[in-house]
Write a protein that binds this ligand. Structure first.
Ligand code: SF4
Ligand code: SF4
Length: 366
């Protein structure tokens, strides 16, 4: 076990724990209960097949143990420029899942060397990674639905190595440490955490930017300048705040993407967009959904008086994709460029017509 742990930590893991490969019964019950209440919002990654994702032996029938690893993604941000407003959540700033995979594979090599089977699983709807981390004693299920690793905070991506090796479980699950704190619930801009520890995915901005279809009108203004993901319920969390203040954090890698110029994005062609951002979860792997998100963000941050946002909206109103034209209508109204709507006056798509008929509060002109 020492060799295993050392392989993981040398490869960058901040925490390693072990649990059995028994099914995650409570996690399955929680998923089924939230599904019954329609909290999934179409989030099939988590809710699709709980009978499979909560039974590790569906992945490795001989599995006896799960080794869980947590890779930290908090990075130093002093002096990081924000490039044109399209904010990217921290977990997507760098290819952290690639780094996590490498670290998990380093542990798998140790297990295979010792004659065992080992299957690496991460960012995969075949495994409930947070339930595994909880049972392996890495942290508790926090009110913001993340695993909170005590003083280490929650800026972590999680993954597992399933193995037939019989490893001693590391420790009992960690007791809840949120106590009476409700900061994450208060900070959530869409009230997606009104019930502590239960995410209403229909309201969660981090999910809505990855969901298919129109961006829900009621949550467009709350998206603000976010393009991909949302950090609010973690940014306010006391262990995360304390850690940022007290621990020297790793510098950003040169290729890190912390924000994206919204105008530049909307004026780029689809191939360029997917080349740059294809590793993100974009509905149906189609660039028009990234444009949809960018148009909502642009309608919130503008600036309305600048020629760039106006050009981006104008180009988007002529898009061959109705989802882009529909959200461009919303952005045009938000930015006070109603004169551009003549471009879609004869549009016969129902979604575009709905947007033309929608009452939209213009943003405050800056
Ligand atoms: Fe709310 Fe954002 Fe957290 Fe989702 S990610 S629960 S929208 S604060
Ligand atoms: Fe728990 Fe408070 Fe952090 Fe929310 S903000 S996860 S309640 S410690």
């Amino acid at each position: 076990m020492l060799r295993l742990r050392a392989a993981g930590t040398e490869a960058g893991l901040e925490a390693v724990g072990v649990t059995s490969a028994e099914p995650f019964v409570e996690a399955r019950e929680a998923i089924e209960a939230r599904k019954a209440r329609d909290f999934h919002g179409g989030m099939w990654f988590t809710y699709g097949r709980p009978e499979r994702s909560t039974d590790p032996r569906r992945l490795l029938p001989e599995a006896n143990s799960i080794v869980v690893g947590a890779l930290g993604y908090h990075r130093q941000t002093d002096g990081v420029p924000h490039d044109g407003g399209g904010l990217v959540a921290r977990y997507a700033w760098e290819p952290f899942y690639d780094q996590l995979r490498a670290a998990l594979e380093a542990m798998a090599v140790v297990l295979v060397d010792e004659g065992h089977e080992a299957v690496v699983v991460l960012d995969d709807n075949r495994m409930v990674d947070r339930a595994a981390a909880y049972r392996a004693g890495l942290g508790w299920f926090a009110k913001n639905t993340n695993i909170l690793l005590g003083e280490l905070g929650s800026w972590f991506v999680l993954g597992s190595v399933l193995t037939d090796a019989e490893l001693p479980p590391s420790t009992a699950p960690m007791a809840d440490g949120c106590g009476s704190c409700t900061r994450c619930q208060i900070a959530c801009p869409t009230a997606a955490l009104d019930e502590a520890g239960v995410l209403d995915a229909r309201r969660c901005l981090a999910w809505l930017v990855q969901a298919d279809g129109a961006f829900p009108p009621d949550h467009r203004v709350a998206l603000g300048g976010r393009l991909y993901g949302c950090d609010d319920c973690q940014s306010v969390c006391p262990p995360n705040v304390k850690r940022i203040r007290s621990t020297p954090s790793t510098a950003l890698s040169p290729g890190a993407v912390t924000s994206v110029d919204l105008v530049g994005l909307l004026l780029s062609d689809d191939d360029a967009l997917m080349d740059r951002h294809g590793s993100w979860y974009i509905p149906r792997r189609r660039a028009e959904y990234l444009r949809r998100n960018a148009l909502v963000a642009l309608g919130n941050v503008g600036p309305a008086a600048d020629p760039g946002p106006r050009s981006a909206v104008q180009v988007s109103l002529s898009s061959p994709h109705a989802v882009v034209r529909a959200h461009a209508v919303w952005a045009a109204k938000r930015l006070g460029h109603d004169d551009l709507l003549a471009l879609v006056a004869d549009d016969d798509d129902e979604d575009v017509i709905d947007e033309l008929n929608r009452s939209v509060e213009p943003m405050l002109v800056r």
